[in-house]
Design a protein around this ligand. Structure first.
Ligand SMILES: Nc1ncnc2c1ncn2[C@@H]1O[C@H](COP(=O)(O)OP(=O)(O)OP(=O)(O)O)[C@@H](O)[C@H]1O
Length: 225
């Protein structure tokens, strides 16, 4: 069953066309690696899927209804969190309205997700004092607490060492196994894509067709030029 169907979609900014005629399916419960060089339009495609920018045509369909989506960005040195503890930062995911505290159930959910992201011992650590890998795990925990049906990792493991990347991706794979989460990972890291993705979509500059393959290593070898 497809979670997402993209048919003949194009993206342009003003008179600059990034690409046209993009079609692919995303099967529910699988991981898609979104590949391609800097500036080709990977994040723009994600923004189009999220309905934040319009396409130049074609159709984006969610056959099972629009899923609950959570987005994990690339770690930034001036990223959010600052003086908040890791637990407080993760708890921001809850829409508390005017209520400034978390309910007991919400606190339990924070504790559970911190454990899954190996952050329990750092719950009271300030985000600003946490290492890059720890902050990135906090971003992931904040996303997971929403119990997303579609989890989008936008270069979420960039600039991380091999072990830290593995920890993030193993946590994502574990979530996928537990809840059947569908994952899109935007990445330049081909070995990581080869290890964790079921399929790859490679956007190529100057071509009007993107390569889609259900086999990640072949897709990497067969990038259109
Ligand atoms: N709102 C916008 N208005 C005009 N141009 C834009 C806008 N958003 C993105 N672009 C341009 O579109 C191109 C694609 O950007 P995008 O961020 O989607 O690329 P990307 O493949 O994600 O790149 P990277 O791998 O470097 O993150 C870039 O040249 C960018 O400058």
């Amino acid at each position: 069953m497809n979670l997402l169907e993209v048919r003949d979609v194009g993206i342009a900014f003003g008179d600059r066309t990034l690409y046209q005629h993009l079609s692919f399916d995303l099967k529910a419960g699988t991981t898609l690696a979104l590949l391609g060089p800097n500036g080709v339009g990977k994040t723009s495609l994600i923004r189009a899927l999220l309905g934040k920018i319009s396409t130049t045509g074609g159709k984006i369909t969610w056959p099972q209804g629009t899923p609950r989506i959570a987005y994990v960005p690339q770690l930034r040195s001036d990223g959010p969190g600052g003086a908040l503890s890791i637990a407080e930062f993760v708890g921001l995911s809850f829409d508390q309205g005017l209520r400034p505290w978390l309910t007991r159930s919400e606190k339990q959910q924070v504790a559970a997700v911190l454990a899954r992201c190996n952050l329990t011992h750092l719950a009271r650590q300030r985000m600003s004092d946490a290492s890059g890998g720890e902050q990135q795990r906090a971003y992931l925990a904040q996303a997971l607490i929403r119990q997303p049906e579609l989890l989008i990792l936008d270069e979420s493991t960039a600039n991380m060492d091999v072990d830290a990347k593995e920890v993030i991706m193993r946590t994502v794979a574990d979530e996928q196994q537990r809840r059947g989460t569908t994952v899109i990972m935007v990445t330049h890291d081909l070995p990581l894509a080869g290890e964790f993705a079921d399929a790859a979509l490679t956007l190529s500059r100057g071509s009007d067709r993107a390569a889609y393959s259900a086999d990640v290593p072949d897709a990497i070898g067969g990038v259109a030029s």
